[in-house]
Design a protein around this ligand. Structure first.
Ligand code: SF4
Ligand code: SF4
Length: 129
């Protein structure tokens, strides 16, 4: 009976696994500046949405649309990064820049090639635990 209850609880919990997945981020910044020159937005899909976002948040006027990737998703860059890849307003950079990339992410994201950070991907055993 006890085994059945445990199995039942685990079955119910399994439906929530995708919500619980969090990836650890490890590594350190090597100041290449790629993240300021090549970024995606999780909630801005069109040029029009980008203009609305800039209207609502004037601080985002520092960003511009650099192009699109092979899947048609917008790629953004910042006007305030130096040719050497350093932030020219480092002490006044946005909160999102200060927090980037954080210690954990809920997205199965990738860092730019050459970035000093990496996402610690979990294997099946990790998920079971
Ligand atoms: S891409 Fe990575 S290593 Fe390069 S500046 Fe950004 S956080 Fe640092
Ligand atoms: S404000 Fe500075 S840190 Fe933020 S994206 Fe622009 S150059 Fe990078």
């Amino acid at each position: 009976m006890f085994d059945f209850i445990v199995s039942f609880i685990n079955e119910v919990r399994s439906y929530f696994v995708p919500e619980r997945i969090v990836y650890d981020i490890e590594g350190e910044c090597n100041k290449c500046g790629k993240c300021c020159n090549y970024m995606y937005s999780v909630d801005t899909y069109t040029e029009k949405e980008f203009k609305i976002m800039q209207f609502l948040f004037p601080a985002y006027k520092r960003f511009y649309i650099k192009g699109k990737d092979d899947d048609g998703r917008l790629i953004f860059a910042c006007k305030l990064v130096s040719p050497e890849g350093l932030c020219t307003v480092y002490n006044k950079r946005l909160p999102m820049c200060r927090k980037y990339p954080g210690k954990k992410t809920r997205f199965y994201a990738k860092f730019p090639e050459g970035c000093g950070y990496r996402i610690k991907h979990k294997n099946f055993k990790d998920y079971l635990e």
